[in-house]
Design a protein around this ligand. Structure first.
Ligand code: 6PG
Length: 473
């Protein structure tokens, strides 16, 4: 085979699937893996696609097997491993050869790597890739960050391998430096929130309404035919219906209630705090994962303080209430995510293509859902307007808010934790407060720190009458 059109390093699940996808789309691809034994195993399983793939145990051979200027995708674990790989690879490359980091990088790392590449006069691209293993194999959603020239160089390959929404590729250039990985991070923050909202609805059905896993699954299946239609609702139906082959019980019932996380949801919450962007539903989802992980504490809590979460009275909540709660919660958590993107875009000078972000998430990624097409339209009309205020979504919120309020109030009244639903409701109630209680905060700040406050009746910075009194004794 002549020199390969693109290279890929890292044959873990995601890397292997991406390499197969690239070959499947007619491109020739050279692959390398640190543990060389993985390479022949991978080629064996590649079937006919192996005709378009070359495996190289030796990194120099790998580099020599690539057409110039070279384009090399890294699919290695995010963090130090990426830096180590770049440090090892770069000296073997020519100045116009490009490294493409396709892992779940922290965008600060991508900013730093992009800057280092620019200083060294070499191209670099950071791409967020969403869709899990299946997406990587058959069409992920791809969010690119770097120089436009770096993106243009490989855009034809990335668009070809990406998911398609009505023939439109879900692969888009987002902006300079770490913009692609930032957008991917916020995608994951929304993913955490959407998953947690669904888990809370499941909890109300299971613990409040006494429904078994199969019954919950049937509800998710039904919801998937309505406004909630989405990949996450679809898989919630599937996992609820599955049976554990060992015990014959529903799989859900044998899974320990301790959630893992690799950190992207947490990064979203951290970055939102740094930018002063309110994302309470995402933060609640991260908190809920952290508390799920503190299982020993929860066991002691239920032991010492008594378990809460009693069965709801018949008719206290309906499945329609729950569906409404999820619809409103979902709109509000996406609104928070897009608001964060908009603030980051201004702060980092990225000029993020807001409507195209919604478009690129319509297929391939984990948060793909029917609502994203309408979000793309709303963001086309007004890219920086909070989605909750767009006429279409304001209408959805008006129609479904009663359900969210009822579910949050009834569930909390019976002692069921619904942190993400409650956070969504509080976000809505704050968003619609023409007058908050921050006048009290301002008075307190001025009292103890002479921080001053604005007045409602005239401009300027003012102090309260307390200042001289309490400082002068
Ligand atoms: C995706 C997923 C993917 C992955 C993350 C989140 O878009 O394909 O977000 O990136 O599932 O690693 O996983 P955690 O839940 O472990 O943080």
């Amino acid at each position: 085979m002549s020199a390969a059109e693109i290279g890929l390093i890292g044959l873990g699940t995601m890397g292997a699937m991406l390499a197969l996808n690239i070959a499947d789309n007619g491109f020739t691809v050279a692959v390398h893996n640190r543990t060389a034994a993985r390479i022949p195993e991978f080629l064996d399983k590649a079937g006919d696609l192996a005709d378009r793939i070359t495996g190289h145990a030796d990194i120099q051979d790998f580099v020599q097997g690539l057409a110039t200027p070279r384009n090399i995708i890294l699919m290695v674990p995010a963090g130090d491993a990426v830096d180590a790989q770049i440090d090892m690879l770069r000296p073997l490359l020519d100045a116009d050869d490009m490294i493409i980091d396709a892992g779940n990088a922290n965008f600060h790392d991508s900013q730093r790597r992009a800057q280092a590449a620019e200083d060294a006069g070499v191209p670099f691209l950071g791409i967020g890739v969403s869709g899990g293993a299946e997406g990587a194999r058959f069409g992920p959603s791809i969010m690119g960050g770097g120089t436009p020239a770096a993106w243009d160089r490989v855009a034809h390959i990335l668009k070809a391998i990406s998911a398609k929404y009505e023939d439109q590729p879900c692969a888009t250039y987002m902006g300079a430096g770490g913009a692609g990985h930032f957008v991917k991070t916020v995608h994951n923050g929304i993913e955490y929130a959407d998953m947690q909202l669904i888990a809370e609805a499941y909890g109300v059905m299971r613990d409040g309404m006494g429904m078994d896993a199969a019954a919950c699954g049937a509800v998710f299946d039904r919801w998937n035919d309505g406004p909630l239609q989405s990949y996450l609702i679809e898989i919630s139906g599937k996992v609820s219906a599955a049976t554990d082959p060992e015990t014959g019980q529903p799989v859900l019932d044998v899974i320990l209630d301790r959630a893992g996380q690799k950190g992207t949801g947490r990064w979203t919450a951290i970055e939102a705090q740094m930018l002063g962007a309110p994302v309470p539903t995402i933060e609640a989802a991260v908190m809920a994962r952290n508390m799920s992980a503190a299982r020993d504490l929860r066991l002691s809590g239920s032991d010492i303080l008594g378990e809460t979460g009693r069965t709801l009275d018949d008719g206290a909540l309906s499945l329609e209430d729950l569906e409404q709660a999820l619809i409103a919660g979902k709109v509000l958590c996406y609104a928070q995510g897009f608001d964060l993107l908009s603030k980051a875009s201004a702060d980092y000078g990225w000029d993020l293509p807001m409507a195209e972000i919604a478009e690129v998430w319509r297929e391939g990624c984990i948060i793909r859902s029917a609502m994203l097409n309408d979000m793309a339209s709303a963001l086309t009309d007004a890219p920086t307007r909070n989605l909750a205020l767009a006429p279409f979504f304001a209408g959805i919120l008006r129609d479904n808010l009663a359900g969210l309020r009822k579910v949050a109030v009834v569930a909390m009244g019976a002692g069921h934790p619904v942190p993400a639903l409650a956070a969504a409701l509080n976000y809505f109630d704050t968003l619609t407060s023409a007058r908050t209680t921050a006048n009290m905060l301002q008075a307190q700040r001025d009292y103890f720190g002479a921080h001053s406050f604005e007045r409602i009746d005239r401009d300027g910075a003012h102090h309260g009458p307390w200042l001289n009194q309490h400082l002068n004794g």
